[in-house]
Design a protein around this ligand. Structure first.
Ligand SMILES: [Zn+2]
Length: 153
């Protein structure tokens, strides 16, 4: 899978990382399907409550509100505009999923209430001006596949 960022969403990510400093921060990724296996992030949410220096926990109440906002704005055209996944920062660690990150994603995609075919986990960090990120796709069958990120020029 390829996952592209618009300039605006890349800026939103970088600004969130800058603000959070040494604390982990995160949110959800929503966007548009451009082609099979090609998505564009059009709405990157940033949680109001950051995590600690080693842990980020999703605020489900804010996540539900942000999801509502996205689906309202995109007129519930789910086939084209939908949830892509989760993101958080690793200011103190490499941009690789921890065992907790993996099990959280597996729990998410295998939950009976989960309606998608996959969920992406994006992990990012900012060192000075340098943004580093990695992303993986998790599916209900138990697969974990690296995602190719496409950044704007
Ligand atoms: Zn993590």
């Amino acid at each position: 899978m390829r996952l592209a960022f618009s300039p605006k969403q890349r800026e939103a990510l970088q600004a969130a990382l800058q603000r959070a400093g040494r604390r982990e921060i995160g949110g959800q990724l929503y966007g548009e399907q451009l082609a099979p296996s090609h998505f564009l992030v059009t709405y990157l949410t940033v949680q109001h409550t950051p995590g600690t220096i080693s842990r980020f926990i999703v605020d489900l109440t804010q996540a539900a509100k942000d999801a509502f906002t996205f689906f309202q704005c995109t007129q519930r055209k789910y086939a084209r505009f939908n949830y892509i996944g989760e993101w958080h920062s690793h200011p103190s660690y490499a941009v690789l999923p921890s065992s907790t990150d993996r099990s959280t994603m597996r729990t998410l995609v295998t939950d009976l209430a989960f309606k998608g075919n996959f969920a992406v986990l994006l992990i990012a960090r900012l060192d000075e001006e340098t943004l580093t990120a990695g992303a993986w796709l998790f599916d209900p069958a138990g697969q974990e596949v690296p995602v190719q990120l496409e950044w704007p020029e």
